[in-house]
Design a protein around this ligand. Structure first.
Ligand SMILES: [Zn+2]
Ligand SMILES: [Zn+2]
Length: 373
């Protein structure tokens, strides 16, 4: 494993409604960690300490849902689950087998739960794309563990747009839905620091050495609150690998719009042209399969809309190095076929029809897998 590369540990990538681990991405650069979204958290960390061969048995709980109920037996299950890793991962996206690196030895503890807690304590910065439950649920549920562990200097800084933070504070951490566990100014090192930190659009921050993060605002549909039509705001976090000059775009739920999405593309182009950042990865949602034009997407993408949005990045396309397009947040449907397979097929068809397959390589992210970006 290249020591200076960014690793994405997919803790959760489901778009619901079955709660098979919703969106939570853990990033590792050298021995430092941060997260984008907190739909999955502590419960998914033990998976990182399992060997790849052990994971292959249960890695893809979603494929399991789409198996013919008469065919479920252990042999069949093992074979299909193992093949789902191959089926959903492009050759250009290397998988890290953490059991072969010295990952386990980086953490204190005699058993997996202690090691998981040590890893959890090293994740001090969490970037939230928007306050929907599937992007914050485990982050919030895990917070009490920070109190009363006996460990010192525990810290969680939760970054989000000013509205995201306001909504989490007012509507979740309000002692009605969940205790207000924020503690911005701990009086001693035995008290954790838990803070919501406003992160405005276009701002930059530096959560760990070597990686800068820029937040861009995006639209995620509309809603009506007290008779007023409001835009649901979401975010894309741009991760800048300063050493390699690689750019990775990590999207929250979103749709195409004529204002904010073009601003994100403009920013990507500027980083490319002025500072030499190469767009290496796009992690983006594709919640629904293409059905017909009238289907309400509730502020999400389908393959048609996603490919349309991707085509707008055309001024930085480069045939020499394809962009890894990593699909996440696919919604489970009550159908006979796994919607992720349909999305993969539809994405590849549309990309090749528009001759964009020379610029993108499609993968669907799987829970519990670590990818080298
Ligand atoms: Zn959402
Ligand atoms: Zn979502």
């Amino acid at each position: 494993m290249d020591n200076h590369s960014l690793i994405l540990h997919v803790l959760g990538s489901s778009g619901g409604p079955v709660n098979t681990r919703t969106q939570g991405f853990l990033f590792q650069y050298e021995d430092e960690f941060f997260m984008v979204d907190g739909g999955s958290g502590l419960s998914a960390l033990p998976d990182l300490f399992k060997g790849q061969y052990l994971k292959e048995n249960d890695i893809d709980s979603v494929s399991y849902l789409y198996q013919n109920a008469d065919q479920i037996n252990e042999v069949y299950k093992k074979a299909t689950l193992k093949s789902s890793i191959m089926k959903f991962t492009a050759n250009s996206l290397p998988i890290c087998d953490l059991s072969k690196s010295n990952f386990k030895s980086k953490f204190k503890g005699s058993n997996i739960i202690e090691k998981s807690m040590d890893l959890y304590s090293k994740i001090q910065n969490i970037f939230i794309t928007h306050p929907h439950l599937d992007h914050i649920n485990e982050l919030i549920i895990n917070l009490p563990i920070l109190y009363g562990t006996g460990l010192s200097n525990l810290k969680k800084i939760i970054y989000g747009s000013p509205n995201t933070n306001l909504f989490i504070q007012e509507h979740v951490l309000n002692f009605k839905i969940w205790p207000d566990l924020t503690n911005p100014t701990p009086t001693n090192s035995n008290h954790p620091e838990v803070r919501l930190n406003d992160f405005s659009a276009n701002d930059i921050c530096n959560p760990i050495n070597g990686i800068d993060v820029i937040r861009m605002s995006l639209n995620h549909g509309e809603c009506e609150i007290k008779g007023q039509l409001c835009i649901v705001e979401s975010s894309c976090y741009m991760l800048l690998d300063k050493k390699k000059r690689h750019l990775h775009l990590i999207f929250g739920d979103c749709e195409w719009d004529e204002k904010k999405f073009p601003l994100l593309i403009l920013k990507t182009t500027e980083l490319h042209e002025k500072l030499g950042y190469k767009l290496k990865t796009i992690v983006i949602e594709c919640s629904s399969i293409n059905v017909d034009e009238r289907t309400n997407l509730y502020g999400h993408m389908n393959p048609n809309l996603l490919c349309m949005a991707l085509s707008k990045f055309d001024n930085i396309f480069d045939k020499q190095q394809k962009i890894n397009l990593c699909i996440t947040h696919v919604k489970q449907t009550i159908t006979s076929k796994d919607p992720r397979e349909i999305i993969m097929q539809q994405m590849n068809d549309i990309l090749s029809r528009g001759k964009m397959d020379q610029y993108f390589e499609v993968s669907i992210l799987l829970n519990g897998i670590s990818y080298q970006l």
